[in-house]
Write a protein that binds this ligand. Structure first.
Ligand code: DGY
Length: 328
């Protein structure tokens, strides 16, 4: 009997692929992404796709008439045209939950790096400048006892907030929906308006998903409301910050610094960041630990197995597609 044809768009762990090969006819991509045309061509005869940040748009979906499931190996899904999947009865899934702590850890890594000038001073040291550190050299910002503002208080935002207790911080947050008082108390965070969050935060961490309504939510006007001593950290998604405006604010020292893991148009990020010392940069590593990436791949596989077995996938994004399918 012919096995179901699936495409894994990027190289994943051997144990995940060998498990898949027992059950499916698996085609797997390389470490680098396919070009748009290549991805479309390879997806055209597949029944399910396991994807990693690849753009799944109308043109691709139209060229793959047998497709039944698109399973993202990540939690954010702004790379997938969900409405187009739903229209075609294709189930779309993601991997929430398994990467919360790892992504929260990365938020802290960049927050601390920007605050204490870790990446800047490493460049200085490697360049051979360390002849004796001036008493007033490389002074950073204290994290302990400062105010941490969190924009987006979902699972990752809450994991970031919990970690702040160890730094004796005052934690404030803003979210579309206010948390229950019991949850606020558990994470030790106080709800404030968006404007208060901007004005009061010493460190502002973005932990919300990208959606068109969040595009450039942090632009020149919002940056102007922040303290001159503030540091902004983005481990959420590119496009939430207007990167051009952020570069200007950092260059003019209208805010003190930034820690960034995500960028507009990544991997073609704004090269203006490279000219600045007051920003710690990482190449979208939020969930990049071995254990977490393995958990993400496995969860994506569980989603795909369920979808192909006619069961509701555990992390279904478009429940409308599922309902339509059941009504047929
Ligand atoms: C996600 O899962 O959306 C993360 O950005 C991947 O690191």
């Amino acid at each position: 009997m012919n096995k179901t044809r699936i495409l894994v768009t990027r190289t994943v762990f051997d144990e995940v692929v060998s498990d898949l090969r027992g059950e499916f006819d698996v085609e797997m991509g390389a470490v680098e992404p396919y070009s748009t045309e290549e991805l479309r061509r390879r997806a055209s005869d597949k029944v399910a796709l396991l994807v990693w940040a690849d753009r799944i748009d109308v043109a691709l979906l139209d060229s793959a008439p047998g497709l039944r499931a698109v399973c993202n190996m990540m939690v954010g899904y702004n790379n997938i045209d969900i409405a187009a999947c739903t229209e075609r009865g294709i189930l779309a899934t993601n991997t929430p939950g398994v990467l919360d702590d790892t992504t929260a850890d990365m938020t802290w890594a960049l927050l601390l790096a920007a605050a204490r000038r870790v990446t800047e001073s490493e460049r200085w040291l490697r360049a051979g400048h360390w002849k004796g550190m001036p008493f007033t050299g490389m002074l950073g910002h204290d994290v302990h006892h400062a105010t941490l503002g969190i924009l987006g208080m979902g699972r990752i935002g809450r994991a970031v907030a919990r970690r702040a207790a160890g730094f004796d911080m005052n934690v404030i947050y803003h979210n579309r929906t206010r948390l229950d008082p019991a949850l606020e108390q558990a994470v030790g965070a106080r709800y404030v308006s968006f404007h208060e969050l901007l004005a009061e935060s010493d460190f502002l961490s973005l932990n919300l998903p990208y959606a068109p309504e969040n595009h450039h939510l942090i632009g020149a006007a919002e940056l102007a409301r922040m303290k001159h001593s503030a540091i902004i950290v983005n481990v959420a998604r590119g496009g939430i910050i207007d990167d051009g405006a952020l570069i200007e604010a950092l260059r003019d020292r209208r805010i003190a610094g930034a820690g960034l893991d995500v960028y507009e148009g990544e991997p073609d990020f704004h090269r203006g960041f490279l000219e600045l010392d007051n920003v710690a940069l990482a190449p979208h590593l939020g969930s990049a630990s071995h254990a977490t990436r393995l958990a993400m791949a496995r969860l994506a596989v569980s989603n795909m197995r369920a979808a192909l077995a006619g069961e509701r996938p555990p992390c279904l994004i478009n429940s409308d597609a599922w309902e339509q399918r059941r009504q047929v």
